[in-house]
Design a protein around this ligand. Sequence first.
Ligand code: GLN
Length: 471
Amino acid sequence: MKKYNSLIEIQTLLHSKALLLPDLLDYYFAQIEKNKDLNAFNEVFFDSAKTQAKQVQEKINKGIAGKLAGLVIGIKDNICYQGHQVSASSKMLENFVSPYSATVVQRLLQEDAIIIGRCNCDEFAMGGSNETSFYGAVKNAANPQRVSGGSSGGSAVAVQADMCLASLGTDTGGSVRQPAAFCGVIGLKPSYGRISRYGVIAYASSFDQVGTFTSSISDAALLLEVLAGADEFDSTVASLPVQNYTQNLQDTSKKKIAVLKETIENEALDAEIKSSILQTIEKLKAQGHTVDYVDFDLLDYLVPTYYVLTTAEASSNLSRYDGVHYGHRNLEAKNLNDLYKTSRAEGFGEEVKRRILVGTFVLSAGYYDAYYQKAQKVRRMIKDKMDSIFQEYDFVLSPVAPTVAFPIGEHEKDPIKSYLADIYTVLANLAGIPAISLPIGTDHQNLPLGIQLMANSFQEQALLAFAKNIS
Ligand code: GLN
């Protein structure tokens, strides 16, 4: 079977009966088996996916199938699917079975997507290389010595190596866009509040957002159309109407694009990424769009602000894993205090513990004003700055990451190095705006290169339509 790049191709074949859904599913199972050394899946849902394939095929035969019929999708292992294990790639949640489904899962199933399995990720989505996973690193299909990126590394590689047509990830500070760039696929992070977080294991609740990995813009648009919109279980979801993203992908009007000067004129930026971005800028200008360089003097504040606020939120969110409610429990503990301490010490990995400690510190009396509150103020300044840029410009263009996929192990001993690598992605989460990572070729080692496009809040439709000019 050949690689399909969009659901439209698959649906055409399904409707003409040139392709049967159970056969398509078998193809993806075979791809997963063939690529199992890449470690993209923590579990393949053989039984439920096969049952679904049969049911959806019957619906197709009767002409009553949903919008996503024919879509075989992987979900990041921090998204709950009723009756299936969900671990956040942590020992803490080993063997935990979810009693309910996330809203995003429900919406996928309602439209007849087939969920093929849960994808490996950094532990509790904390990381940028998938190396903090309790289940080991995910390898990049372009070069298995290299990282997949993270934290949704398994989701990215699953699409890259054609183990499923699309996948879901979550993006708190770049976890969809950076692995998408490292793997040469399309990664969309919608605006904060566009998609429900209900049933998504929380990392930093004022940043977390579900995003998609696809090989086509049309699939990104279709998934967003299905997943977005109000949800009675998540009060942070906007009640704004969901647009017909797929119907409006043609836009030939001329746009104004801002390039944040400091993101390009940056010594940390890989030379080949820089030159391919400059080429893209020339291409856009040749198409008649306006591209201006604008000052962005807040660049150095992004990473510190992000890490103060997200660790604070994480320390609070992760307090629920106490060995009592659910998750790993130390059975030898002699008293309650001991139970908490030993269960948490054994269940969490090193990076998660580091973040809980930092988060507890920045929230503690005496440091709250100096760190947490200050970071909240800086977040507001960042948001204001982006608002003022979007008064004049339609989009902001920047790199996704300073480097291409780096060798496995390179960041292991130096957490600061990995935090600094988030410099270009955390901006969209701090400001709550939508952003997309688009593949723009490969470097001299054949490693994928990416570019990032951001838009003002809830401008996903314009973003997707414009992205078609680049990808
Ligand atoms: N790399 C970032 C971090 O480690 C982003 C993670 C994410 O978006 N989940 O926090």
